[in-house]
Design a protein around this ligand. Structure first.
Ligand SMILES: O=C([O-])CC(=O)C(=O)O
Ligand SMILES: [Mg+2]
Length: 599
């Protein structure tokens, strides 16, 4: 069956009102949930909140009720309105969080939060902003992955726009225009071919654009009603998803490349025509074969960036730069060698940004690239490898003196190359086992080991394994959250190298500066700023990222760095503006007291 676009309760339906000049920071407000540390035996994970225990084996299928088609309401925004409503949590909010944590599983928590969002948007954002480290793992990675897998059977208010190629091709502009959305600052769009590390989930991937945009508002200051989650339904090649009788999308396999390209191109033109050149378009979870290609095609003429390439790159590099400040790690980026397990767009994106950072330090591009090595499913990527290489991979194919027998064996490749850092972007659960971690430790005083694959079920190793196998002698970070680990009386805090440290602030910086393009050096500036925000206390606990609860402040810093770089590059529509981080912070959306950005 082919259905019209589902357009349900999008952010544009918001009734939240803007604004005040208050600059109360997230960190200065009530933090409802704190990690509780209990008595240590030898090694154990310190429990934080129940939200961290994702179990993808659960199957709590529910019957899906019919989804009512929402109508749009225009909301008049008075820029000068001051609201007396307090941004602090009230008793009802506290009760809500208590209730949330008592729920049985993560899908119930996700459902409960999505219902709250629909019923009372202000309360949703107030609670989210006051409890970021508790709420983010539910509305975003990792629980959002489970929500996508089970989306057909979830009883949640549907949110976002599905544009399908069969019905909307040729009239994307008219279809969107009918919705009469006045202002869109940020679109997150996905074709859902590679949802996190979970593969092709077709139209069920909507929780990803929805979740990313909730973070744009909860942590990046963008007014919710000015955000638009979109799924391009171009088919789905995962039969089990598509053949569910309650599948939201069209039960067809993915269309051919030509049809796909035409549809994406029509979409890009339609949103630029409707919402203007200043509307930021974030690509999310496109398949590897399309992600880099589309970014390259559109990035000069549209305000677009790919979070899985550029956001992941920035957050990965930020973690690496912060790691250089940890005891026993060589402080000079130029003396490091990186081995990536996985050569998809995320890994190549991180390497490209490392190269840019090294070039900024005076290295040639060639020299800098030689610091980065890759392994893909066919083994080590090197010059002369028989298996064909894409252009992106070719840049990282270096000479080796002798060809090892088995280049797919990670341990022997570590022994051969002697990397100082091992970066997991493979979605292979458990790929960094005891022998891998110990081999890294045997050749480094303190190796950097990042298991960046998402969600938790795809992580190359857990924090507990990393610290345990290395006796705590590792700088570890992961894409999905892990609890702190207590080992021999020392608490190690694993950094969550998650894109949420970058994209909300990057988007805010782009929006405020009215940048015309997202240049790689703006991404580099964001990464460098993020690295500089990690406190010495956190570094002493081995953590290379700041506290997620401080995300609003972090985003303000990142936005400022992005704006300054856009200005330097002369791509900022608003240039030479003397704006402080505090100004930016006070302009950010908070329910009850939001001021439209007026720089
Ligand atoms: O959502 C996240 O945490 C990171 C991300 O974009 C992905 O893995 O695709
Ligand atoms: Mg993604």
């Amino acid at each position: 069956m082919i259905s019209a676009p589902l357009f349900c309760s999008t952010p544009a339906f918001s009734t939240s009102l803007p604004f005040s000049l208050s600059s109360a920071s997230a960190s200065s407000r009530t933090k409802f949930i704190n990690p509780s540390v209990t008595k240590p035996p030898s090694t154990f994970c310190v429990p934080r909140t129940a939200a961290f225990s994702l179990d993808l084996r659960d199957d709590h299928s529910k019957t899906c009720t019919a989804v009512p088609r929402a109508t749009l309401q225009e909301v008049n925004i008075d820029e000068d309105v001051m609201l007396s409503e307090d941004t602090a949590m009230d008793a009802k909010d506290i009760q809500f969080v208590e209730h949330l944590l008592k729920l049985e599983d993560n899908m119930e928590r996700y459902t409960t939060l999505m219902k709250l969002l629909k019923q009372d948007e202000s309360r949703f954002f107030r609670i989210s902003q006051a409890n970021l480290s508790t709420i983010l793992p539910i509305i975003y990675t990792p629980v959002v992955g489970e929500a996508c897998l089970k989306f057909s059977d979830l009883d949640i208010p549907k949110r976002g726009i599905w544009l399908n190629v069969w019905e909307h091709s040729g009239n994307v502009y008219e279809t969107l225009k009918q919705l009469a959305i006045e202002q869109v600052d940020v679109i997150v769009v996905s074709d859902c071919e590679r949802i996190l590390g979970l593969g092709d989930l077709g139209a069920n991937g909507m929780p990803i654009p929805v979740g990313k945009l909730l973070l744009y508002s909860a942590c990046g200051g963008i007014v919710p009603k000015n955000t638009l989650p979109i799924v391009l339904d171009v088919g789905c090649n995962t039969d089990a998803i598509r053949e569910n009788a309650k599948y939201t999308g069209i039960n067809k396999p993915r269309v051919d490349k030509e049809t796909y390209n035409k549809f994406v191109s029509e979409f890009m033109d339609a949103v630029q025509r409707l919402y203007g050149k200043e509307c930021l378009i974030q690509y999310e979870d496109f398949g590897n074969h399309n992600a880099a290609r589309l970014l390259k095609q559109y990035r000069d003429d549209y305000l677009v960036f790919n979070d899985d390439i550029q956001g992941t790159a920035a957050v990965g590099l930020a973690g690496i730069l912060a790691a250089l400040n940890i005891d026993k790690v060589n402080t000079d980026l130029r003396h490091h060698k990186f081995l990536f397990l996985g050569a998809g767009s995320a890994g190549i994106g991180i390497a490209d940004l490392i190269v840019l950072a090294l070039v900024q330090k005076g290295m040639s591009t060639e020299e800098a690239r030689e610091k980065c090595w890759f392994m893909d499913s066919k083994g080590l990527i090197y010059n002369g490898r028989p298996a064909k290489l894409t252009k992106e991979k070719e840049s990282y194919a270096h000479n080796i003196t002798s060809t090892p027998n088995d280049t797919t064996d990670l341990k022997s490749m570590i022994e051969l190359l002697k990397p100082t850092a091992l970066i997991g972007v493979s979605t292979i659960k458990g790929a960094f086992d005891q022998s891998i971690i110990q081999t890294m430790c045997s050749i480094n005083a303190k190796p950097i080991i990042f298991a960046l694959s998402n969600p938790t079920s795809k992580s190359e190793c857990t924090a507990e394994q990393a610290y345990n196998y290395s006796s705590g002698n590792v700088v570890f970070a992961s894409g999905s959250p892990f609890n702190p680990v207590l080992l021999n009386g020392h608490t190690y805090i694993p950094g969550q190298g998650n894109n949420c440290f970058i994209f909300p602030g990057l988007g805010l910086g782009v929006a405020l500066s009215k940048a015309s393009v997202v240049h790689d050096s703006m991404i580099l500036a964001a990464a460098q700023k993020l690295a500089s925000l990690v406190s010495s206390d956190r570094l002493a606990s081995g953590c290379v990222y700041p506290n997620i609860d401080d995300l609003l402040d972090i985003s303000a810093h990142v936005a400022k760095a992005v704006w300054s770089e856009a200005d330097r590059l002369r791509v900022a529509g608003k240039s030479g503006v003397d704006v402080t981080v505090t100004d930016i912070r006070s302009s950010m959306y908070e329910p009850g007291r939001v001021r439209l950005s007026g720089y």
